[in-house]
Design a protein around this ligand. Structure first.
Ligand code: RIB
Length: 295
């Protein structure tokens, strides 16, 4: 069984479903409101757990009811919640869902209080892999990558939302999973092949370019290829990238090939679009395996 430590953000998502985004200065009525557990870190932790991995989640929430709700939800998923409390408010995301798309504003709050010195060897001890995103401070991610490497873990980074990353930090990553904008920035060119090649040159073992409804492309030291996504009736695409990341990380951690892991990730991402909410929409392993043939 893969043992995965996820270091990252926990947000409560305030979701407004609307026909379209309002224009500047416009008030749009007729929205439908709900809340859901979210945050890229929490979402990826839930995705890994539902794929059958044993998961530790390292993060920070505020001393408030949103924080209680997020921690309780992780525990219900069977995740070992190594979640501290800070003086700031729990992270909140304002998510607008319109058509197949979404637009998100995050107020990170306590997520920014997860500091490098909060990371302990215990967080990574005996883990197969460690998974990071960028909704927490970059210094914390760099230290976490270094600690995870030193402790023999495979390291995964989803550099979202994008922030400048020194090459030596990228060099601590075994598997990078990113979208076109992130690839252009980190790879230094808008040619995906050149950019992916450049990232491998920094020491990354495998790079995956996620392309939403168009699937994903990958390049590793041993292989390259692409996987198409099947067409699905999108209910809510929030968290689809996180579903990909979780499923991909679990498959690689179990020793599967890049192509198998990307195929699994693309299917998990498609399934996550079929349900509302970020964490509530993460598919189980049985659902992904069942859909592999069908979709
Ligand atoms: O990736 C989706 C997530 O981004 C949402 O759950 C929201 O909390 C933001 O962090």
């Amino acid at each position: 069984m893969a043992r995965i430590t996820v270091v990252g953000s926990l947000n409560l998502d305030m979701v407004m479903r609307a026909e379209r985004l309002p224009m500047r200065g416009e008030t749009l009525t007729g929205g439908v409101f709900s809340t859901a557990e979210g945050g890229k870190g929490g979402n990826q932790a839930v995705a890994c757990a539902r794929m059958g991995a044993s998961v530790r989640m390292v993060g920070k929430v505020g001393n408030d009811p949103f924080g209680d709700r997020l921690v309780e939800s992780l525990l219900r998923e069977g995740i070992h919640a190594m979640v501290g409390r800070s003086g700031g408010h729990t992270g909140v995301a304002q998510v607008t869902v319109f058509g197949d798309d979404n637009a998100i504003i995050v107020a990170p709050g306590a997520n920014l209080d997860l500091k490098p010195w909060d990371l302990q060897e215990d967080h990574f001890k005996d883990a197969t892999s460690a998974v990071f995103q960028l909704e927490i401070p970059v210094d914390t991610v760099s230290r976490g990558l270094r600690m995870a490497r030193d402790m023999g873990c495979l390291t995964f980074l989803n550099p979202s939302p994008l922030k400048p990353l020194p090459d030596e930090v990228i060099g601590l990553v075994d598997y990078l999973v990113l979208n076109q904008v992130e690839l252009t920035q980190l790879g230094g060119t808008d040619d995906p092949d050149l950019s992916m090649g450049r990232l491998l040159g920094l020491g990354v073992k495998g790079v995956v370019l996620t392309m939403g409804s168009r699937g994903a492309r990958f390049l590793s030291v041993e292989s390259s290829g692409s996987v198409e996504a099947s067409r699905v009736e999108v209910v809510d695409s929030t968290g689809a990238g996180d579903a990909f990341m979780g499923a991909f990380a679990v498959m690689i951690s179990e020793g599967h090939s890049m192509e198998e892991a990307v195929r699994f990730g693309v299917t998990a991402g498609s399934l996550a679009c079929l349900k509302a909410g970020a964490q509530p929409s993460m598919p189980t392993r049985e659902e992904v395996e069942g859909a592999m043939g069908r979709l």
